[in-house]
Design a protein around this ligand. Structure first.
Ligand code: IPM
Ligand code: MG
Length: 385
């Protein structure tokens, strides 16, 4: 193909992308406020097992949640709905990041607890379909990825507000090879998309007595999109005069998280998608690794809670799925409880998790048969509730 024809073909693809993104902007503009769970006659909690070790650990988190919400389930205030089929095999068979029937069931719920899902990449035995995670965030418009990291003995208490639907992820599967020599990806920032994540971060800071919100970008180099993100955060900060606002570039911020003298100054951090992805893995490492962190994906209508770790297919192929650590997904379950209005139950679950993983530690999970299995560990947690 001549360069001219290649450019014409690329322009047509780019045009289609812009049309879709502007439609998305309209949808954001038309959105109402966050859903009020207390006002719902029944809160539907969807439990999606995912792949690999997902169903095993999510099943244990479900047992713990059912135990905590026994009365609410009996009275009809809460209903658990198990959703299967978000497996790599089924996604490949249907050639969809989320099969249509699974998506319908998910959208019928109000909140979701989701196990890990396999993200195909080039060279895998699977076709390179879009990540189920990324697709769910987009489909349910879960724009705020909230990831708390706490290490009290080191004075670390960070809450990351990662923008979850834009940046490099918005079109992560829509880049293309213009010619054999030229590959192009896109990154996106919208005014309303940035305003809503900035507001979420500042509202959280205000509601939780935090004194500082820090924006993290690379606006000195990625001038247009990161520049927009930064200037909107600065503009929103004016509505919160009691909260200090500052900004850092992602490279030096990555370094500062290791700087023991400076890192305890950070409280709430707001950042575009890809930087948030990377920085939250680094941050979770101080707390004991990504396996210890839970993550909330919040939108106005839906919310989804998950562990940040992967689906560990090797544990399954080696027959060790039942020894997988359920703590991270149980922690995600605690975040879910707090989000839908059961703060007291969430607090007792966090306490029980602390006793079982950091305090008494009568049972230990090793990932192998020399440690406790996930069902025994869930029993241990329930015993402490
Ligand atoms: C995360 C994960 C996902 C992401 C992957 C699985 C697509 O790393 O939740 O941080 O990049 O967002
Ligand atoms: Mg990640």
């Amino acid at each position: 193909m001549s360069d001219t024809l290649a450019i014409e073909a690329a322009k047509a693809k780019f045009e289609a992308i812009l049309v879709k993104q502007l439609e998305r902007v309209r949808r954001i503009e038309e959105q109402g406020d966050f859903i009020d769970y207390a006002a719902l006659p029944e809160i539907k909690i969807g439990v999606v097992g995912g792949d690999g070790i997902g169903p095993a650990i999510t099943g244990q988190a479900l047992r713990v949640l059912q135990f905590l919400l026994k009365e609410e389930t009996a009275s009809g205030k809460v209903k658990f709905i198990e959703i299967t089929g978000l497996t790599i095999e089924n996604r490949v068979a249907q050639n969809a990041p989320i099969p249509a029937d699974v998506l319908t069931q998910i959208k019928n719920c109000d909140v979701i607890l989701k196990g890990p899902t396999t993200t195909p990449r080039k060279g895998d035995p699977w076709p390179n379909i879009e990540s189920a995670n990324v697709a769910m965030r987009k489909e349910l418009d879960l724009f705020a990825n909230v990831r708390p990291v706490r290490v009290p003995e080191k004075g670390i208490d960070w809450t990351f507000f990662r923008e979850n639907t834009e940046g490099a992820y918005a079109l992560g599967s829509d880049g293309f090879n213009v010619t054999d020599d030229l590959a192009v990806d896109f990154t996106v920032a919208t005014t309303e998309g940035t305003r809503r994540i900035a507001r979420a971060a500042f509202d959280f800071a205000r509601a939780n007595g935090k004194k500082r919100v820090t924006a993290v970008t690379k606006a000195n180099v990625v001038k247009t999109t990161d520049g927009k993100f930064l200037s909107i955060c600065a503009e929103i900060s004016k509505d919160y005069p009691e909260i200090a606002f500052d900004d850092w570039y992602i490279d030096i911020m990555t370094a500062k998280l290791v700087d023991e003298k400076r890192r305890t100054d950070f409280e709430v951090l707001v950042l575009p998608n890809l930087y948030g992805d990377i920085l939250t893995d680094e941050a979770a490492e101080f707390q004991g690794g990504v396996g210890t962190a839970g993550s909330a994906n919040l939108g106005k209508r839906y919310a989804m809670f998950e562990a940040i770790h992967g689906s560990a297919p090797r544990m399954v192929s080696e027959g060790r799925a039942r020894y997988a650590d359920p703590c991270s997904i149980i922690r995600a379950g605690a975040m879910l409880l707090a989000h839908i209005g059961f703060g007291g139950k969430a607090a007792s679950l966090y306490k029980a998790l602390d006793i079982c993983t950091a305090g008494e530690r009568r049972l230990k999970i090793t990932g192998r048969s020399d440690g406790a299995d996930s069902a025994a560990f869930a029993d241990y947690i329930m015993e402490k509730l």
